[in-house]
Design a protein around this ligand. Structure first.
Ligand SMILES: [Zn+2]
Length: 395
């Protein structure tokens, strides 16, 4: 999106009242010939500002429109749009001044005042003044004005402060007053609490948070992974395996996150047939290489090394993968000697270098690339948008 396009919504708001006002002034020209000079000045300013905008010169456009807004002090929308423009351009101090100036007016309707307060809150957030923003949004909710927007901002602030209990309470409130389901978001907040409790060794409390997460989102992948980890740590292998297997059912893309602990559970419970059945089932619905590699290792122990290599080579023809190739080279190297072994070593080095520095995950919302999985994208702050990258060098 061009810079101009990103300004467009704010500018439309800015232009409409000015256009109407300018038209009104021009219409009055006939009856008020004495003010003709000033009218000409204003309408030419308006078109000059418009021209700057069309030429993607927002700096000059802002200058002109600021002057216009001074002439017509009643144009609330103009002030709001100007403040919005300043904030988008990162000139937060100017945005704050415009909005504070607007709020201080005595002739605002209560609707206009709450819109200005909401804008001021957004300025504070942008300036990093979260305490002030929080107080302002709490006031708006108490006044029952702009409640959905104020609640959304408050939820954002509490996430930033990692105050998950408050985030949960406000997300429930938002769900009550709007038609939007917040279940998936609330489940993530409960999982955050569960992880904190698990780290402190408070496993019963962690389980309770996991139950809340499932209540908010019945097929919550993260809650299932957490439950599997807790059950496994306590040596309860059957419920651990069930929880991990559920992950593949809820969202097969996350299977690589649970393969290692799940295979450990299968091995400890001596359920290798169940392991094979699970991995074959995952391969049917998942194009990634992780289940193939896991099955190769399984066949190397339950069948024989040559059979495992044969299986891997056959699979690599259907799903080309550098990670699979590394594994195949490694297995073949073990059986070779002399010059052949040297060549395998070179191949192994080259393929490993291919994988170095490669992002394994990408955010579907903003494109952020990561080597490890995050439940919340560090860049766009969306939850559950970071997914494994599929393809020859990915999963
Ligand atoms: Zn993102």
């Amino acid at each position: 999106m061009s810079q101009f396009a990103s300004y467009l919504p704010a500018l439309m708001v800015l232009l409409l009242p000015l256009a109407a006002w300018s038209g009104w002034i021009i219409a009055r020209r006939g009856s008020e010939r004495s003010s003709g000079v000033r009218v000409n000045e204003l309408s030419s300013s308006y078109f000059r500002g418009l021209n700057y905008l069309l030429n993607e010169q927002p700096d000059k456009a802002i200058e002109v429109f600021l002057k216009l807004a001074e002439f017509n002090r009643d144009t609330v929308e103009t002030h709001l749009a100007l403040g919005n423009l300043f904030r988008r351009r990162g000139e937060v101090d100017r945005a704050i001044r415009v909005h504070q100036h607007l709020i201080a007016r005595t002739n605002l309707s209560s609707e206009e005042k709450t819109v200005a307060l909401l804008e001021l809150g957004e300025d504070y957030m942008r300036a990093g003044l979260l305490d002030r923003a929080e107080a302002l949004f709490i006031d708006l909710v108490a006044m029952e004005a702009q409640v959905p927007s104020a609640l959304r901002h408050l939820i954002g602030i509490f996430q930033h402060e990692r105050d998950w209990s408050k985030a949960i309470a406000h997300a429930h409130r938002l769900e009550e007053i709007s038609d939007e389901s917040q279940g998936a978001l609330i489940a993530q907040f409960h999982c955050e609490l569960a992880e904190q409790m698990r780290a402190r060794g408070e496993l019963d409390e962690a389980r309770e948070q996991i139950s809340h997460a499932f209540f908010s989102e019945a097929r919550c992948v993260r809650a299932s992974i957490l439950l599997g980890q807790i059950e496994r740590a306590e040596g309860r292998l059957e419920p651990a395996m069930n929880a991990f297997e559920d992950v593949a059912d809820y969202d097969v893309d996350f299977v690589q996150e649970i393969l290692s602990p799940l295979l450990d559970c299968y091995a400890r419970a001596q359920q290798m047939q169940r392991a094979e059945k699970f991995l074959l089932g995952v391969m049917d619905k998942h194009q990634g290489i992780s289940p193939v590699l896991a099955l190769t290792r399984l066949y190397a122990t339950t069948r024989s090394e040559p059979e495992a290599i044969q299986f891997l080579a056959g699979q690599l023809r259907q799903r080309p993968s550098v990670r699979g190739l590394v594994e195949l080279i490694q297995a073949s190297m073990g059986k070779s000697s002399g010059e052949a072994r040297e060549n395998y070593l070179i191949l192994s080095d080259v393929t490993r270098k291919l994988l170095e520095g490669q992002a394994l995950y990408r955010c579907t919302s903003c494109g952020f690339g990561a080597k490890a999985h995050h439940w919340q994208c560090p860049t766009c702050k969306n939850w559950n948008t970071i997914r494994p990258i599929h393809g020859v060098v990915g999963e």
